[in-house]
Write a protein that binds this ligand. Structure first.
Ligand SMILES: C[S@@+](CC[C@H](N)C(=O)[O-])C[C@H]1O[C@@H](n2cnc3c(N)ncnc32)[C@H](O)[C@@H]1O
Length: 275
């Protein structure tokens, strides 16, 4: 009977390849009852087309930038609206300085681009006469982040392209979203695929998991007060105070492949109307 159902689902394209793996593992316990081709993982082939946007053209001119191609459409989508005026941007992770130069060329010429990195050699990529600054310290050090904010902030855009370790992503977000990001600003964390790699997961909850909890904060005005602890396993990473701040200031969360984006904007209580 199950074979028949699977055949019908396949015929109508309703069975996605991941589901049978789960079924085989958890409920059926008889993997041979699932057609072999359906237990294989979905394979994504390498992109053949290059992004068709201005930022990618700027990226292609410098050999010292390290970015995934599919990020460029995501950058354009979330950062494009900041291009027509001078902004302040903070990027965590300088490496060879290529991305700082890329942002400098992409945004308004009077913008200030600040990079931070734990590696002292990155200081060489500062171009102070062009308003590109580098400060050396760890993204896991809230005091250092507060100093950088005091010197250059608050920022319109914060991009975390640093260590990609989950506890660093969480600490930096906690230290920067509230105090260092302007109202109307955008906080982006990239390379979140590392949240699925054991080597990079060094916190009880990954950054992606904490971000999923923040989706709940978007809906805080609708919670029945009696149900505030509806998650039962109360989130460790988000304190009560952080939750209330987030529910008032988080205006949107966007999940892309390997990137999470947070829009910050003081919200008013949602209002609905029937006319
Ligand atoms: C992926 S690279 C940055 C790439 C650069 N943004 C680009 O697009 O070309 C990551 C950088 O994060 C830095 N890093 C590692 N751990 C860090 C930490 N705890 N705090 C700040 N930076 C860190 C590394 O030294 C490295 O230069």
């Amino acid at each position: 009977m199950r074979k028949l159902i699977n055949k019908l689902l396949i015929k109508f394209g309703l069975l996605i390849t991941k589901a049978p793996t789960l079924l085989a593992d958890k409920s059926l316990g008889v993997s041979e009852s699932i057609p072999a081709e359906l237990t294989e993982k979905v394979k994504v082939s390498a992109a053949t087309e290059t992004p068709d946007n201005e930022l990618f053209r700027i990226f292609s001119k410098d050999t010292n930038v390290h970015k995934w191609h599919h990020y460029f459409d995501i950058y354009e989508r979330h950062f494009g609206r900041y291009r027509d005026r001078p902004i302040r941007m903070l990027e965590i992770g300088v490496f060879r300085g290529g991305s700082l130069r890329m942002w400098k060329e992409y945004f308004h010429p009077d913008s200030t681009i600040v990079g931070i990195d734990i590696d002292k050699s990155c200081a060489a990529h500062e171009l102070a006469d062009q308003n590109v600054f580098v400060r050396i310290g760890s993204q896991a050090d809230p005091n250092f982040l507060a100093e950088v904010n005091g010197e250059f902030g608050p920022f319109d855009i914060i991009l975390d392209d640093g260590s990609h370790k989950t506890h660093h992503q969480i600490i930096s977000f906690g230290a920067l979203f509230r105090d260092a990001l302007k109202d109307g600003g955008c906080y982006m964390v990239e390379d979140c695929h590392t949240n699925y790699w054991i080597k990079h997961v060094d916190s009880p909850e990954t950054f992606i998991e904490v971000s999923k909890q923040m989706v709940d904060m978007l809906h805080e005005p609708y919670f029945d007060r009696k149900e505030t602890h509806f998650r039962h396993g109360h989130p460790d990473a988000l304190t009560e105070m952080e939750q209330s701040y987030l529910s008032a200031n988080l205006n949107g969360i966007y999940f892309h492949d390997s990137i999470v984006v947070f829009d910050k904007k003081l919200r008013s209580l949602p209002k609905s109307e029937l006319r």
